[in-house]
Design a binder for this molecule. Structure first.
Ligand SMILES: [Zn+2]
Length: 268
């Protein structure tokens, strides 16, 4: 497959901005509810960080894919409403950030369905995709995502291009969009703390290579991390670069998934 043929006319590569709105629940799940150090840091998510990210995206007319934890939706429906008003896409990121890796099919199905309902009740539209909490998923997960009628999943990091799966051969096609820990703000600003200019430089350099190869970058950001002033400049810097290059398709995950289905002849 030639790189030039992979994307809509005039585009050499694609960039997806996905934003996981964990609220405090990611850190509560990871460190425990009694570890106030972590969950209080992550409360920045919905109180401050997400609002700064909304402004950065709006200033550049970029539509992102917001992966909501259900309890974040309950806590701050106004954030979901703002995302909807700004034209962003909605996706699910579990009810309370418990790891899907240790859950049965039925537990995952119930958890994901509940999250879909919460988003739909506020946004008025059904979410289109799924990302597992902390990328801890198991063999049931894609079956659940497919059974719930979602179009895409962003869990498997094994490639630089999307691919199509049918976990249930009789079911609808499911587009896999590959994330990477190297395109995750946690790696730069939580696991380590680097200068945001260095994070932006890393991402720009990778984007150059992916563009030359005709491939896809899926960025994963968290409002409590990338919504902080310094780290927010890494996103702004990357977007300004990608916009300036002129032939990078900055698209919502759902649009990339639909494109991939259409070009494969599997779209509706
Ligand atoms: Zn998360």
């Amino acid at each position: 497959m030639s790189g030039a043929a992979a994307w809509p006319a005039g585009h050499r590569s694609a960039l997806v901005i996905s934003i996981d709105v964990d609220g405090p629940y990611g850190e509560i799940n990871h460190h425990g509810a009694d570890d106030s150090y972590w969950w209080s840091q992550a409360e920045y998510d919905l109180h401050a960080g997400i609002w700064r990210l909304f402004e950065i995206l709006r200033d550049r007319d970029v539509q992102a894919s917001f992966c909501w934890v259900g309890r974040s939706v309950e806590d701050r429906p106004d954030a979901v409403e703002r995302a909807e008003a700004d034209g962003h896409e909605h996706a699910i990121h579990s009810w309370d950030h418990r790891y899907y890796a240790s859950m049965s099919y039925d537990e995952q199905f119930e958890d994901a369905a509940r999250t879909i309902e919460a988003i739909e009740a506020v946004a008025g539209v059904r979410p289109g995709g799924h990302k597992s909490p902390a990328w801890r998923f198991n063999d049931h997960t894609s079956k659940v995502v497919q059974a719930l009628g979602l179009d895409w999943q962003m869990d498997y990091a094994r490639a630089d291009l999307p691919w199509i799966e049918r976990p249930d051969p009789a079911g609808a096609p499911l587009v896999q969009l590959p994330p990477s820990r190297f395109y995750d703000d946690y790696t730069y600003f939580v696991d380590w703390t680097v200068n945001p200019r260095n994070a932006a430089e890393f991402w720009r350099d990778d984007l150059d290579i992916l563009r030359a190869e005709g491939k896809l970058m899926c960025l994963t950001l968290h409002p409590w991390v990338s919504g902080r002033p310094g780290p927010s400049t890494a996103l702004a810097n990357l977007l300004d670069y990608a916009i300036g290059v002129g032939d990078i398709w900055i698209a919502q995950a759902g649009h990339v998934a639909k494109w991939w289905l259409d070009r494969s002849g599997e779209g509706d």
